[in-house]
Design a protein around this ligand. Structure first.
Ligand code: NDP
Ligand code: PYR
Ligand code: MG
Length: 758
């Protein structure tokens, strides 16, 4: 896109459909006169009086605890300089947007027309009662240091100048990882810092805490190198003044290992980069134009680790990765400050997160095949859904340990749940299954581990400790792919076709043959079949060499179901297996059956499917409320379909009176409690929230689950096979990584359950 088009697009984005990026949204009902009498006079007087009695109650009755002020005077707006309070407003609204979407924190952006330190401090202090925290932004040095120092001292809510400490935390984490990749020693690396303002000074102070050595640092400002022999240095600049024989940025760059740019755009040249040491680390963080263009830098030095503050290149080192999560953790324990311990905890939590395997969602958002720790991925991406539940707990814990938390967290698991809930990251049901899988690790076989996405899913299962992973497939290819995605853990790999597995093939073949010898299989045939991974993997579960098995990613469903049915016995009392999909819809979880096995089930099949699905629902910790669906309601039609459903409902009412099941019902009546109560008050489903839908045939079930997925974007877990005697599950052809991770977790929980029921 040309520069003028980009400019036009940015202006249009801010202007339309209504000017600006944020608005205020009420959180309470306001539809009736009664609601308004509560929201405003007279009802509002009650919380006012409670707060007047005890100021602490402000956290109970108002939004203070989750409200942050983003405050500026517009004197150092990005790298655009002193452009004034009005011109800074788009940036501050932008921060409001980011606080909200990444950490569910509400923001008032406040642009103050005051450059005088005393006046600015007075104004912020005067409005502080409104807020739970204060994010100072884009205030130039040296005033920024004094303003922040005084506000921290005089207020008892967290105050942080983000350009200083947010930037220091993020760039500190990135620097720590980049140095690790280059295998250098932080205490020995030569660092050039260009810029000596709010961001540069605080970043450099933090690098010293990470182990960098003052003698190895050269800092430059707009006038050149900050040398001891320069006059009129501010006290902050004087901290970093050098007596080395360097007099220009060019001099400083010679043999430097690290360049930190927090100054202004386009001031580093390719020639300067060429004089740097091997494996140079270049963080050109000026916004919006970096000190050197990303493409130019990587073209100039093949051995570079390059980062900018921008989102359109790899390695975005930008404080967006920090402030939402830092304030989240601080607000959640009512921290009175954001202290050094909390900042350091954030550095390490961020640096560590970059080393773990990346959720597939992140690859998709950034249009990447497989992000993994390395030169082009030294720090997590802002859209990483794990940030919200990994970083705030680290901050909160450090606040508690360092004695600045007024409301310590006692239940960390619950806190993590709340954080996930805030971000809408994954559903409760998925988290519940993941947590249960983690509680007792089961051995799970991935049949098609030589496929990239299957291997990525296995990596997640391993790293998130959802199960003990066993990989099946071509070993050489698996090893190659493992290396590519940074899956370094040593997990068992089996290649069923190789000589290495001859003994197992023989043993599995014999066991299989014993079962099938009267069904037309010879021993040699049976042994030969064990070269196939579906057979081999399923036999591992049969022979207790694994607890769970998932397969089917690369093959059509029916071609996988057939061998599975030959190999794995049905559960006692089950005549036919069935399949169920859990759909995570906006109205809550819905279990749909039978989505993939029985084309035209009989009344008996429907009863079996209903009973098996009800068992599954209980495994998810829920009570099943089952609607048997059709195109008619309670006898309004007399087709064969309606009749078979009525027959199965009658059977279940007689033999399973405690099961909440009814029908036949149309889908809208099943899912709309009011409609059902009005028309069919006699129904067993009255007053219940239906969470199981049993369909009259496979077509209707299968079409519905796929429609929900595509049209409503509902997440689906499944199809889960019901009625087998082992935890064996079949994936849909081409399942996504997330779907496979969820299925694997479910298969592990299924295996746990079977162990318990033994
Ligand atoms: N990626 C990120 O997350 C962040 C990036 N930044 C970027 O860092 C830059 C500075 O921000 P901030 O510290 O808040 O602002 P300040 O106004 O506090 O500091 C600006 C500094 O840049 C120096 N400078 C200006 N021009 C040059 C030059 N040609 N050569 C060397 N130094 C120069 C100034 O020198 P002097 O002291 O002589 O005036 C001053 O020290 C901005 O570009 C901003 O966008 C800031 C925060 C976060
Ligand atoms: C990112 C940021 O805060 C800045 O450039 O000022
Ligand atoms: Mg800023």
């Amino acid at each position: 896109m040309s520069d003028s088009r980009k400019r036009h697009e940015a202006l249009l984005y801010h202007a339309k459909p209504k000017p600006g990026k944020i608005e205020v949204v009420p959180t309470k009902k306001y539809a009736t006169q009664h609601d308004l009498a509560l929201a405003y006079s007279p009802g509002v007087a009650e919380p006012c009086l409670e707060i007047a009695k005890d100021r602490e109650n402000v956290y109970k009755y108002t939004s203070k605890g989750n409200l942050v002020a983003v405050i500026t005077n517009g004197t150092a707006v990005l790298g655009l300089g002193d452009i004034g309070p009005e011109a800074s407003k788009p940036v501050m609204e932008g921060k409001g947007l980011l606080f909200k979407i990444f950490a569910d924190i509400d923001v008032f952006d406040i642009e103050v027309d005051a450059t005088d330190v005393d006046k600015f401090v007075e104004i912020v202090k005067a409005i502080a009662p409104t807020f739970g925290g204060i994010n100072l932004e884009d205030i130039k040095a040296p005033e920024a240091f004094e303003i922040e120092r005084r506000l921290i001292e005089e207020l008892n809510i967290p105050v942080m100048h983000d350009d200083q400490h947010g930037t220091a935390i993020i760039s500190g984490a990135a620097l720590k990882n980049a140095i690790e990749i280059t295998e250098k020693d932080i205490s020995k690396v030569k660092i050039v810092v260009n810029g000596a303002g709010a961001a540069a000074i605080s970043c450099t102070r933090l690098y010293l805490k990470l182990g960098a050595t003052l003698q190895n640092i050269v800092m430059c400002d707009s006038k050149g190198v900050i040398r001891k022999d320069r006059d009129n240095l501010t006290s902050q600049k004087a901290e970093f003044a050098t007596d080395q024989d360097v007099h220009s940025l060019e001099d400083a760059m010679q043999n430097a290992d690290v360049f930190i740019g927090l100054s202004t755009g386009n001031i580093v040249t390719p020639e300067m980069l060429l004089t740097m040491n091997n494996d140079p680390i270049v963080f050109a963080m000026a916004n919006p134009t970096p000190e050197i263009d990303y493409d130019l830098a990587i073209k100039t030095r093949k051995d570079i680790i390059m980062a900018t503050g921008r989102s359109d290149h790899p390695n975005q080192v930008n404080n967006v990765l920090g402030f939402p999560f830092i304030f989240r953790g601080a607000l959640d324990v009512r921290a009175t400050k954001i202290n050094e311990e909390m900042k350091m905890a954030a550095v390490h939590a961020l640096a560590d997160l970059a080393k773990r395997s990346v959720p597939e969602k992140v690859n998709i958002v950034y249009d990447e095949v497989s992000l993994s720790f390395g030169r082009e991925y030294i720090i997590p991406k802002p859209f990483d859904p794990r940030l919200i539940y990994e970083i705030p707990p680290a901050i909160a814990k450090a606040a508690m340990d360092s004695g600045v938390a007024l409301e310590p967290i006692t239940d960390w698991e619950k806190y993590r749940e709340e954080l996930m809930e805030r971000s809408g990251s994954g559903s409760k049901e998925i988290r519940m299954i993941h947590n249960r899988a983690k509680s007792n690790l089961k051995r799970i076989v991935f049949a098609e581990a030589d496929h990239l996405d299957v291997l990525k899913a296995a990596q997640r299962v391993h790293e998130e400790r959802l199960g003990k992973v066993i990989l099946l497939g071509r070993k050489e290819l698996i090893l190659e792919l493992k290396e590519e995605i940074g899956f370094t853990a040593d997990v068992p790999i089996f290649d069923p076709k190789t000589d290495e597995e001859e003994e197992r093939r023989k043993r599995f073949g014999e066991a299989y043959w014993k079962n099938r010898q009267r069904k037309g299989r010879t021993l040699s045939e049976a042994t030969k079949l064990m070269r196939e991974r579906t057979y081999f993997g399923a036999m591992m579960v049969n022979e207790n060499e694994a607890d769970a098995f998932i397969t089917g990613y690369s093959r059509p469903y029916p071609s996988v179901v057939k061998p599975i049915l030959e190999l794995i016995d049905k559960e006692k009392g089950v005549s036919k297996i069935a399949a169920c999909n859990l759909m995570l819809t906006k109205q809550g979880p819905l279990f749909l059956a039978d989505t993939t096995i029985n084309i035209n089930p009989t009344a008996k099949d429907l009863i079996n499917t209903t009973l098996m699905t009800s068992g599954l629902v209980k495994m998810f910790g829920m009570k099943p409320n089952v609607a048997m669906l059709s195109f008619s309601n309670f006898g309004s039609s007399n087709t064969e379909t309606s009749k078979k459903i009525r027959e199965s409902v009658a059977f279940m009412h007689k033999h399973y009176p405690n099961l909440v099941v009814d029908g036949e019902l149309q889908a809208d009546f099943a899912l709309n409690a009011e409609l059902l109560a009005k028309e069919f008050p006699f129904s067993k489903l009255n007053g219940k929230k239906v969470n199981v839908l049993i369909f009259p045939n496979l077509e209707s079930a299968n079409i519905t689950y796929k429609l929900l997925k595509q049209v409503q974007g509902a997440e689906s877990i499944g199809p889960m096979i019901l009625g087998l005697s082992k935890a064996v599950h079949i994936l849909q052809l081409g399942s996504s990584v997330d779907e496979m991770v969820n299925m694997a977790a479910l298969a592990c929980v299924d295996a746990q359950q079977r162990e318990k029921n033994k």
